[in-house]
Design a protein around this ligand. Structure first.
Ligand code: TYD
Length: 204
C-alpha cells in the first residue's frame, strides 16, 4: 500500500464504534500496518481543550456556535494529525468526523445541511474519508449503553437521537461506495467480523 488510508467511525452515542475502532487498531497492527488513531472532538492538544468545552460547558451554547467549535477542532485534526499520517502511508482511524456534523447539527439540531457541507469542506480542504463505517443501533439500545451519566450532547433526548440515526442512514444511501452501515445490535465479536470483512477488501 503506497498511500495511507483514512477511515472514519460513525454512529449515534452508545453505538459501540469506539470499541470496534480499538479492536481494528490491534488487528491492523498485528498485520504489520502502521496505524494512527484520533478522534473528534479531540485528538490531542488544542483539540482536547475544544472537546472539554463541547462536552462539559454548562452555560448556553447556540447551535451555530456548537457547529463552529466542532469544525475548528476538525480543521486542527486534519492539519495536525490526519493528513501528515496519511501522507506517510499510515492508516488513520478517526472516531467521528464530517458525517457527525451532518447527522447531529444538520439532522439532529436542524441546521441547514448545504451550509454544513460547505463548512465541512472548508475544514477538511475537501478531503473525504476513504471509507466510513456507520454503526447502527436502535435508540433504546444506544440509550441503555450510554447509561445515566450523560454529557452535554448525550442529554439531547430520544427524538434528537432518532433524527441523528436517520440522518446517518440517509447519508449512507447517498454515498454507498464510501459509507458502509453495520448492524451494531449484535455481539462485539459478531460486529467485529463484519468490520474485518469490509476492511480486508480495502487493505488486501
Ligand atoms: P464522545 O464522547 O466522543 O461520544 P461518542 O463516544 O459517542 O463518540 O462525544 C462526542 C459527542 O459530540 C457525541 O455526542 C457526538 C457529538 N458530535 C457532534 O454533535 N458533532 C460533531 O461534528 C462531532 C464530531 C461530534
Amino acid at each position: 500500500m503506497k498511500k495511507g488510508l483514512f477511515i472514519t467511525f460513525e454512529g449515534a452515542d452508545g453505538c459501540g464504534k469506539t470499541t470496534q475502532l480499538n479492536l481494528l487498531k490491534d488487528y491492523l497492527i498485528s498485520k504489520g500496518f502502521d496505524v494512527v488513531i484520533t478522534r473528534e472532538p479531540g485528538g490531542k492538544g488544542l483539540g482536547e481543550k475544544v472537546r472539554e468545552i463541547l462536552l462539559n460547558y454548562d452555560g448556553v451554547v447556540s447551535d451555530r456556535c456548537e457547529s463552529f467549535l466542532f469544525l475548528a477542532d476538525r480543521a486542527q485534526n486534519i492539519d495536525i494529525i490526519v493528513n501528515p499520517a496519511v501522507e506517510q502511508g499510515k492508516i488513520v482511524l478517526c472516531d467521528r468526523h464530517t458525517d457527525s456534523t451532518v447527522a447531529y447539527q444538520g439532522y439532529g439540531r436542524g441546521l441547514d445541511i448545504t451550509e454544513i457541507n460547505m463548512l465541512n469542506n472548508l475544514a477538511t480542504h475537501n478531503k473525504k474519508p476513504d471509507l466510513t463505517l456507520v454503526f447502527d443501533v436502535d435508540i433504546e439500545t444506544s440509550m441503555q449503553r450510554v447509561g445515566q451519566n450523560k454529557d452535554r450532547m448525550e442529554s439531547a433526548g430520544k427524538e434528537f437521537f432518532n433524527r441523528v440515526r436517520n440522518g446517518y442512514l440517509e447519508l449512507a444511501k447517498q454515498e454507498p461506495q464510501r459509507i458502509k452501515v453495520i448492524n451494531s445490535t449484535k455481539s462485539i465479536e459478531e460486529v467485529f467480523e463484519n468490520v474485518k470483512e469490509i476492511i480486508n477488501s480495502y487493505i488486501i
